[in-house]
Design a protein around this ligand. Structure first.
Ligand code: HEC
Length: 202
């Protein structure tokens, strides 16, 4: 209680303190609000066309403009989620996906994507679901991509933290986790992988 009760006192003493000799330059916290400025659509004599609202410089790109095909940028084509990941898969891409997943997703969805995490344990309203079992298991790739890009319900967006390619690499890693959880028939593995696995299990 004490700090709250003392707050008005501190605030009242603020201007006094500010005018003390050794307290540094006086702070005017309202200066951004009070500075000279134009309102929208106001006339500005400074410019030749007298418009206060300026056009952005030529070549400026709006923050939300699509800069690639919709399947890549949105994971949606003609109102439908894309089924397949629209970028080539590779080992470095999956490694990258793993790194990002463990930083951005695992705290809530668990390192194995199974929904087991401290956050999930403590979240009461709607828990982060398992990403490796139904229903997420059956989601098209585009739906997972969209959850990352735009957020979903209580889940915040990670579109500002992860670029387009990074988001797809996370989707690819989620797919890998799903495969691991489901189990893969040895016969379906590519030859070199099968040989290596059999050697390591020997
Ligand atoms: C802060 C915790 C948190 C983080 C971090 C997080 N999620 Fe989620 N996620 C949730 C919650 C909670 C839900 C369920 C939201 C709801 O139902 O309102 C959810 C739902 C989902 C869904 C299901 C969406 C649907 O359409 O049903 C997917 C897929 C998903 N998350 C993937 C991810 C991926 C991939 C990442 C990492 C980029 C991630 N999440 C990061 C909390 C989180």
């Amino acid at each position: 209680m004490k700090p709250i009760a003392a707050l008005p006192l501190v605030l009242a003493a603020g201007p006094l303190l500010a005018s003390c000799k050794n307290s540094g330059p006086e702070m005017d916290f309202e200066r951004m609000v009070n500075q000279a400025h134009f309102e929208y659509y106001e006339e500005a004599p400074f410019f030749e066309d007298r418009r206060a609202m300026r056009e952005p410089p030529e070549g400026t790109v709006p923050h939300d403009r699509l800069l690639g095909p919709p399947e890549l940028m949105n994971g949606v084509v003609d109102g439908k989620f894309v089924e397949a990941i629209p970028v080539p898969l590779s080992r470095p891409m999956l490694n990258d996906g793993r790194k990002r997943f463990e930083v951005f997703c695992a705290p809530c969805h668990g390192v194995g994507g199974d929904g087991v995490s401290v956050v999930a344990h403590n979240m009461e309203l709607r828990k982060p679901p398992s990403l490796v079992t139904a229903p997420v298991l059956d989601y098209p790739a585009g739906r997972i991509y969209q959850a990352i890009s735009q957020g979903y319900g209580l889940m915040p967006t990670y579109g500002h933290d992860l670029g387009v390619e990074e988001r797809w690499s996370v989707v690819a890693y989620v797919r890998a986790l799903q495969l691991r959880n489901e189990g893969v028939a040895v016969g379906t593995l590519p030859e070199p992988v099968r040989v290596r696995m059999q050697e390591e299990l020997r």
